[in-house]
Design a protein. Structure first.
Ligand code: ZN
Length: 132
């Protein structure tokens, strides 16, 4: 087992960053699995298709599901309840197979870091490799 990390700076409140090639550069096993884990409660890691219209659709859907209909209680603390709630809906990690030293993704799959409360500096994504 080994681990590495990717540090990201984000530029917008909501931002989708394709980290597939960055992960591929860090892979130090030939075959096994990699767990990709965001160490933040207002972000997410997802696998899906990198198509600009679809990524906009995700932003619209999350905005529709988590809106200003309620007075969110967490906003009394640091005014970012919607960012956390969107993170609850998504996931903080994905585990992906590795084959021939690369992510073994489907043709239309990419790995994304999703910023839900940006812009931020120093967003940390941990990579844990299991395999050989
Ligand atoms: Zn908060």
């Amino acid at each position: 087992m080994s681990s590495k990390k990717i540090i990201l700076n984000t530029n917008k409140n909501f931002e989708i960053i394709d980290i597939t090639s960055q992960i591929n550069r860090e892979i130090d096993i030939d075959s096994g699995i990699v767990n990709v884990f965001s160490k933040h409660s207002t972000s997410a890691i997802v696998v899906n298709e990198n198509e600009s219209g679809l990524l906009k659709d995700l932003e619209l859907m999350l905005g529709d599901l988590v809106n200003d209909k309620y007075s969110w209680q967490h906003d009394r603390i640091d005014n970012n309840a919607k960012s956390h709630l969107k993170s609850f809906i998504l996931s903080s990690s994905e585990t992906i197979p590795v084959a021939n030293g690369k992510l073994d993704l489907g043709t239309w799959q990419s790995v994304f870091f999703i910023e839900l409360d940006g812009p931020r500096t120093g967003r940390t994504v941990g990579l844990t490799f299991i395999g050989d």
